[in-house]
Write a protein that binds this ligand. Structure first.
Ligand code: FE
Ligand code: FE
Ligand code: ZN
Length: 279
């Protein structure tokens, strides 16, 4: 099955987001658990969640992906920022169990802000060890990053080092963002097999649970993180549709985070990817 969707707003509730997904030919979607710049999450509405379950069944949505706020930084040098990250992670993971058990929750590993990646890896792993619990059904994903500023997770080695230090590592996976790895220096257009071979050797392809499918405004290795519409950027449509057709990736869920100001833009991209999807 081809599981494809995009980032959607849950401002009007989860049922409305699932209807939006169905209306653009998507069978999954990603959403922010709260304002992407942080802050308090909206109370969950039990009536909305009940309708959500019905709409999902009708629309064939079996998977959803939550995204943590960008301001989350479990490896900040400031204790109060680390504390905020812990509170938010714990609260989001708890909410995921109520929104829909057994799903995926993605976070950016963080920025080391001058402390160095080694110290950051330890702090991130400490945070995950503090919030993960055996009874949780949600899988927490670390996203591969472009390496902008002091971002941790630009290299597969940094992601692997975090996971190695997590006790409940069966609850942890990876989200590969095509724009981020490209900007980070992994040439997925010229050598997708080579990049996946590296991923497998360093992290293990069994950890890879989700693909963020984005083109990039910048050349490979630019460390910028500016997403572009599929085919309008430096990676190109053919390379990105090859990602959705790759034997090692094709059964994963794919999420567009491309710059569109309306749903029609996503509908067109989803239709193009479906048309390029091999049987
Ligand atoms: Fe992200
Ligand atoms: Fe992403
Ligand atoms: Zn990005």
């Amino acid at each position: 099955m081809f599981t494809i969707g995009c980032h959607l707003s849950i401002a009007k509730g989860f049922a409305a987001a699932a209807r939006d997904a169905a209306s653009i030919g998507a069978n999954t979607f990603q959403f922010f658990t709260r304002n992407p710049r942080g802050g308090k999450a909206k109370e969950l509405d039990p009536a909305d969640l009940e309708t959500f379950a019905r709409v999902r069944a009708e629309a064939g949505i079996e998977k959803i992906l939550a995204h943590a706020p960008y301001t989350l930084n479990p490896c900040s040098s400031k204790p109060e920022t680390r504390e905020f990250a812990l509170q938010t992670l714990a609260s989001d993971l708890d909410r995921m169990e109520r929104i829909m058990p057994g799903q995926l929750y993605n976070m950016h590993p963080g920025s080391h802000v001058g402390q160095g990646p080694e110290r950051a890896v330890d702090l991130i792993a400490d945070a995950l060890n503090a919030v993960l619990a055996p009874e949780q059904t949600t899988t927490l994903l670390l996203e591969t990053m472009a390496g902008k500023g002091s971002e941790v997770g630009r290299t597969f080695e940094e992601i692997a080092a975090i996971i190695e230090r997590v006790d409940l590592d069966s609850h942890v996976g990876v989200c590969l963002d095509t724009c981020h790895v490209w900007d980070g220096g992994y040439d997925i257009a010229a050598d997708i097999d080579g990049v996946l071979e590296q991923f497998d050797r360093v992290i293990g392809l069994n950890r890879l649970r989700v693909i963020h499918l984005n083109d990039s405004k910048n050349p490979c290795g630019a460390h910028k993180d500016r997403h572009e519409k599929l085919g309008a950027g430096c990676i190109g449509f053919d390379a990105l549709s090859a990602v959705t057709n790759h034997p090692a990736l094709r059964d994963l869920p794919f999420y567009l985070e491309t710059p569109h100001d309306n749903l029609a833009g996503y509908a067109r991209e989803i239709a193009s990817l479906r048309a390029a999807r091999r049987a």
